[in-house]
Design a protein. Structure first.
Length: 267
């Protein structure tokens, strides 16, 4: 799963409130109740999965750390969420920490970058707490807009149209992907996985999806032509200090630029 937010900000409604929930502090009953409340929002964003699969991914993953931020409208109703999970994997005698996320907003509230800062903040906190353990974000991105966000803000992601993917990085991405049990769609390109989730596009996202003059969009569509059928492109993002600093800087630069011009920054 992946965060998907509209690339158009003209009609985006303002989120009125936020609430962060430590999933690990909830008992099974409370986790299920929270998942039941979030599932209708999820259905506005993706086709699939069934509720039990959604609960397994978001509320009951086999991760060692789980947090979720809820986004609220003026009446206090939940209109979106961003859940971040930390996994520990040991490969070839080395320990890795892996962040994964599920996020989404009601279509009326997309476009203000609301989930971006929560994800970055969680990554920075994990990096501070585990400075000597390799930390990565691993996504199985099922829409062009998700890939566009990572490409736009992070100086270094894999795979990318800008540089070759080193064999060691490709091997790591594949080994980590195998540990999350999404099967490869075609053995000729094992970085494309069958996620089973398809994105419900907004009109603005549909426009982005066909902007093949954008290098990243054309690359994603070429690598993952079956994204409309629930196929996801595996993306590995090193959460190193330079890469995190670059993502923060690029986002802040965009916010400042758009304040000067009077236009809202968007994701």
């Amino acid at each position: 799963m992946s965060d998907r937010t509209s690339t158009d900000t003209a009609l985006a409604r303002q989120i009125a409130g936020q609430r962060t929930v430590d999933i690990d502090r909830l008992d099974a009953t409370a986790r299920r109740a929270l998942g039941d409340a979030l599932y209708p929002v999820q259905q506005l964003i993706f086709h699939g999965p069934e509720k039990e699969e959604f609960l397994d991914h978001v509320m009951f993953p086999d991760a060692e750390r789980n947090m979720v931020r809820l986004y609220l409208d003026e009446a206090g109703a939940t209109v979106g969420f961003c859940a971040v999970h930390r996994y520990r994997r040991k490969l070839n005698g080395r320990t890795y920490l892996v962040l994964r996320a599920e996020a989404g907003l009601h279509p009326d509230f997309r476009g203000r970058g609301s989930t971006y800062w929560f994800g970055i903040t969680r990554a920075l906190r994990q990096k501070l707490r585990h400075p000597f353990t390799p930390l990565y974000y691993l996504g199985t991105l099922v829409h062009v807009s998700s890939y566009h966000l990572f490409y736009k803000y992070f100086p270094k992601i894999y795979p990318t149209p800008d540089r070759d993917m080193p064999d060691r990085v490709r091997d790591l991405a594949l080994d980590l992907s195998e540990s999350f049990h999404f099967p490869a769609v075609d053995p000729s390109d094992p970085l494309v996985r069958d996620a089973g989730w398809t994105t419900i596009e907004t009109p603005q996202e549909a426009v982005l999806s066909h902007q093949d003059n954008r290098l990243d969009v054309a690359y994603y569509r070429k690598r993952n032509p079956g994204y409309a059928h629930g196929h996801g492109l595996v993306v590995l993002v090193p959460l190193s200090w330079p890469n995190l600093a670059g993502a923060v800087f690029r986002r802040l630069r965009e916010v400042i630029s758009h304040k000067v011009t009077g236009r809202r920054p968007h994701l």
